[in-house]
Ligand binder design. Structure first.
Ligand SMILES: [Zn+2]
Length: 84
């Protein structure tokens, strides 16, 4: 699997989780993940984190502070092995 694909998949994953991708993009992404373990693992981590952070943001009694949100973003960036 070539690295350009992985990088593209990484960039598209957050939109994929938000269901903002076109059907064609979804299909390409799913096809790539079916044959790429790195991206599948990253997707699993990302979706868990995104869902968790949404849950926290949605809750009335908890608002995520900006610095925590920022750290989360940095963490995700580091986790993405597809970046150079
Ligand atoms: Zn990949």
């Amino acid at each position: 699997m070539d690295e350009k694909n992985c990088q593209r998949v990484c960039e598209m994953l957050s939109s994929y989780i938000d269901e903002e991708l076109s059907k064609e993009d979804c299909k390409n992404l799913e096809e790539h993940m079916a044959s790429c373990q790195t991206c599948t693992l990253f997707y699993k981590k990302l979706s868990t984190t995104v869902k968790l952070s949404r849950k926290l943001e949605c809750s009335d009694c908890y608002e995520m502070p900006n610095d925590v949100r920022e750290k989360l973003r940095e963490f995700l960036k580091k986790e993405c092995k597809c970046e150079k």
